[in-house]
Design a protein around this ligand. Structure first.
Ligand code: ZN
Length: 439
């Protein structure tokens, strides 16, 4: 049985009822683990999943854990969704991340991305994208201000370590889709000053900066544009991390050539394990690592594992795509919400063949075998499609560590994977920008 020591600590006080609920959940998680995974043997001694979880929780107390990508900021704009409430993961509209569940899952720091779908490349489109980005940034800041006893906004790795010492969670800010800056280089510094620390250069369609890995409209890969090269240089100058997730292969190599600082893939997997254009090939991972960068493994099931053929689901999805095209780019909020509901209905009716935590950790293993343990981390994409069996919301994050322990990863390795590697890149980017690591 679990000891009371497992109760989340820190400033956030849990009512007895809540703590009972958490105990029950931990027990339930243990049972699921027993069913999903056999006990592992270490030095001839059998280690139960519960023992591994206890060990995992001990490690999480000592390290700072970071998730480099989620789209939860959009939930904050919804109105009646309160991040300080614990939402039942099974309930509709619960979202994948709230502050109590971050504590439960042992996640210290989250990058809240201000996401803008790709829209028209016009002055009007740029103005709209900028406004939307500003609204999302303000929503995250408001969440932090409203819950300052639980969470703080960090602008550097040191601030995340300091918040952990205070028993508080960390919010970092990112921007997903360089469309947010339109064609105005000055907006990089502007967003940096608002607290943003990375920019994902593009999303699912080509933009003024670079070509995307998933733009079906124009198959030719033109890579980084002249404006894109200036964007990378400006990011280097101000200390903004360049994120190559979603970028096309040619864009990726162009960025590596252009950037004076290491770059990240905030939420991407290994293509050799799961063949998907959103994932990085072995050659790309080697090139990224050679420049000191890091690949943050994404939890989006289709990037983790090729699903088994499911003709009914495929047909429903094909019809859905024919109706809405690249629906993630749809700008109208109400329409977008309706489309997402329709998507959820398809998922309910024809459930996807979902990847598991084991499949996910296979990607970590692959990167570690390819380039070593210093170039890999985690970027869930929760609330943007991320979620695997065994880690389907932030309250289950500890299960990744349990699986790493089961495979024999040391505490030192786990600390690197959970954030130290990413923080190394973060600090290197600051150094290139001429900022002292302590400023
Ligand atoms: Zn994304």
């Amino acid at each position: 049985m679990r000891s009371a020591g497992l109760r989340p600590k820190g400033r956030m006080t849990m009512h007895t009822r809540k703590s009972q609920k958490i105990k029950f959940m931990l027990l339930a998680t243990g049972i699921i683990w027993l069913a999903l995974f056999p006990a592992c043997r270490r030095g001839g001694v059998e280690v139960s999943p519960q023992d591994l979880e206890l060990r995992a929780r001990e490690i999480h107390k000592k390290i700072v854990t970071v998730d480099t990508h989620c789209d939860t900021a959009m939930m904050l704009l919804g109105g009646n969704w309160n991040p300080a409430d614990r939402h039942d993961p099974e309930a509709p509209g619960s979202g994948k991340i709230d502050l109590p569940r971050m504590k439960e899952g042992g996640l210290d720091a989250e990058f809240f991305a201000a996401f803008v779908g790709q829209g028209p490349r016009t002055e009007e489109g740029y103005a709209r994208a900028r406004k939307r980005t500003e609204e999302l940034i303000q929503a995250v800041k408001k969440m932090v201000a409203d819950n300052s006893s639980m969470i703080g906004l960090a602008l550097s790795p040191e601030e995340a370590y300091s918040l952990k010492k205070q028993g508080r969670l960390t919010a970092f800010l990112g921007i997903e889709n360089g469309y947010a800056i339109g064609r105005d280089l000055g907006l990089i510094k502007y967003f940096y000053d608002l607290g943003v620390r990375y920019i994902t250069l593009c999303h699912s369609a080509d933009n003024d900066i670079c070509d995307s890995s998933t733009d079906r409209a124009e198959p030719e890969d033109k890579g980084l544009s002249d404006f894109g090269r200036k964007v990378v240089r400006e990011c280097n100058r101000v200390g903004m991390i360049v994120d190559v997730s979603h970028a096309s292969d040619r864009s990726f190599y162009d960025v590596l050539q252009e950037s004076r600082a290491p770059v990240i893939a905030s939420h991407s997997c290994a293509r050799a394990v799961c063949d998907n254009p959103r994932n990085l090939s072995d050659d790309m991972i080697k090139a990224l690592a050679a420049r000191g960068g890091v690949i943050q493994i994404c939890f989006l099931s289709a990037y983790v594992k090729k699903p088994r053929p499911n003709p009914d689901r495929d047909k429903a999805l094909a019809e859905f795509r024919a109706r809405y095209g690249n629906w993630r780019n749809i700008q109208d909020e109400e329409q977008r919400r309706k489309i997402m509901e329709e998507m959820q209905e398809i998922n309910r009716r024809y459930p996807a063949d979902q990847a598991t935590v084991r499949d996910l950790v296979d990607h970590i293993d692959h990167v570690v075998k390819l380039v070593g343990v210093d170039y890999v981390g985690l970027g869930t994409d929760f609330d943007g499609g991320g979620g695997v069996i065994g880690c389907n919301d932030v309250s289950q994050m500890i299960n990744v560590t349990v699986e790493l322990l089961r495979r024999g990863y040391s505490q030192k390795d786990i600390e690197k994977i959970w954030g130290k590697n990413f923080f190394r890149v973060f600090n290197e980017v600051r150094k290139v920008a001429g900022k002292s690591a302590r400023s």
